[in-house]
Design a protein. Sequence first.
Length: 447
Amino acid sequence: MSVVFRLPDLGEGLTESEIVSWKVAEGDAVALNQVIAEVETAKAVVDLPSPYAGVIRRLHASEGETLEVGAPLVEYEVEDELSGPGAPAAPAAPEPVATAGESTPSAPAPAGPTFESGGPDAANTAEEQPAQEEPPEERVAVLVGSVKVAGGRKPKRAARTFAQAPFVRTPRQPARAFPPVRRLAKERGIDLAGVVPTGEGGVVTRADLDRAAAAPSPRASHRERVSGLRKQTAKAMTAALAVPHAACFLQVDVTETRRLARDLAADGSPSPTLLSLAGRAVILAAKRTPGVNATFHAEAEEIEFHERINLGIAVATERGLVVASVDDADLLDATELAGAIAARAAEARDGSIGVAALTSSTLTISNVGVFGVDGGIPLLTPGQSAIVALGAVRRLPWEHEGAVALRDVMTITVSFDHRVIDGREASAFVRDIGRMLERPGLALARG
């Protein structure tokens, strides 16, 4: 019997995913929960397990193709019995619900992954049958979603005669390549579709990439498809521009804070970093100005003040910029915060970070100083009322104790939602951060 596995919602209501690479081919026999594809959502790259043990009849998408949730993904040839020890039960997928501003299509796809009985010609076959009363349906539980079996009868499996109905392998675009080669091509800016494959079965190899890179190419512009994280970032930043932004700046002498970080790290034990000490200053300042840890709900005309401070850290990755959240950061000291930030950043860069950690932050820090710039005006993370940008530390002549001396100076920028807080509150917030970084003993006294 053939069944169709539809692309599931991989978390947080994401509406589409891109097929990064297939781990199987048409005609392959697969086991239950075997990884069949590597899929990139707007948040992360994840492995997609097979919900069945069976034979792959058809792959409905090519590598690099973006599918909407609910679109056909894989067609299987499976045994008739869809229940039993080999297929653990799972609840049926819920019906889709239209959200505000969206229209419900006339034939909506399931909100969760479901399977359809029958092959691609099932609809045409049904139209040719004489009208008759529809028998009741029985749902048979499978790994995810369910299969509807008309009249409680499980369809009998026709004998598989591969000579009479051979599997047809459809060509794939772009060219086939293993994930390490695909990543290398992306790093080098090489379009796999233009590389001549020499590997077995038409697979692009590392040597093929080397030849393509060495070949002379005409000086011409090119276009790249916006997808995955880059596409999600574009949508988020466009939405952010609808918020009435304002910003304020403050130059701060951070000499004492840098000295404290060096002294604490001298014995080699886990210790705070300048970023974690700045994070502690931001957290403590936020408690004095609660509006910076809030969300403006326009439709309800309400401001939600968050009790928890989930500190978002902007992390630059090969896939683009992500904001990784350290949840309940206000419960951590500077050393614990340093470890949590490092762990979250590593997860974001290697793609192992979960969707929840990418969507739970309530207040964000962007350390633009690591790129060698003095500052900038960051756009708000959607749903947040403030973001703090930390610039590069510069050794500058500075007034200190009645004289001019060389000091470590950093520019702090706060962008804020002017619907939630005004200039007075934003200025108080950035001044509190500055005072604690100029005199880190204040953080100890207040924290």
